[in-house]
Design a protein around this ligand. Structure first.
Ligand code: SF4
Length: 207
């Protein structure tokens, strides 16, 4: 079986509930959405390699936390599952836009980041049943924050598992949005996520 991979690298997790934790990132190629503000447009490209080759690359890092990201990694669910089955003793974390539903029990954590106009009630009502699923809403204005706040209320999502993160792929954009979004989070009872790697390294994801 083959898998199309954009990059594999070790870094700290910059977003969501595991911010600051060391992990091996596996960025699979391709995405079903085309968000204008996407910070990983380069993930549309990739190299096709055998799954066993990817498995060997991951194990060379000798680190037991793996974060599957993209693009949209669930587009290559079969290959991802085959690799995870080989690396069964690892902690696997998934970052997804939520469009394709997967079984969260296969992962240690799942971070679902629904996109405006692309989320569905089915997606929210399915994933909210799992304690290891977190929500990450990426916002750039108070209007966007309020829109997602209404969605959280309407679908009765557990606020302890909801993170709001500033939009923006540069340090300057992150800095400009961090304070108002952090303050909205405190006032409205949500978690805040920085985009830590951007604050540290700019557009790069690590060293
Ligand atoms: S869903 Fe994520 S990876 Fe896909 S285009 Fe949107 S921001 Fe980029």
């Amino acid at each position: 079986m083959q898998v199309t991979v954009n990059e594999v690298f070790k870094s700290i997790q910059g977003e969501g509930p595991r911010t600051g934790r060391l992990t091996v990132f596996v960025r699979l190629s391709g995405c079903n959405l085309k968000c204008e503000w996407c910070d990983t447009k380069y993930a549309s490209k990739g190299q096709k390699i055998p799954v066993q080759y990817l498995t060997a690359m991951i194990s060379e890092y000798r680190w037991l936390d793996v974060t599957w990201t993209g693009g949209e990694p669930t587009l290559q669910q079969k290959a991802m599952n085959a690799c995870m089955n080989k690396l069964w003793s690892y902690n696997h974390h998934l970052e997804t836009n939520g469009y394709y539903l997967v079984n969260p029990d296969k992962y240690t954590t799942v971070v679902v980041s629904p996109k405006q106009d692309q989320w569905t009630s089915e997606m929210l009502d399915y994933y909210k049943l799992y304690d290891n699923v977190y929500w990450k809403f990426v916002v750039g204005s108070s209007a966007e924050f309020e829109m997602w706040d209404r969605v959280v209320v309407a679908h009765n999502l557990d606020r302890r598992r909801v993170f709001f993160m500033p939009k923006g792929e540069t340090k300057a954009k992150q800095r400009a949005l961090m304070k108002p979004i952090a303050e909205w989070c405190v006032v409205n009872g949500f978690n805040f996520s920085p985009r830590l790697h951007t604050l540290i390294w700019g557009k790069k994801r690590g060293i």
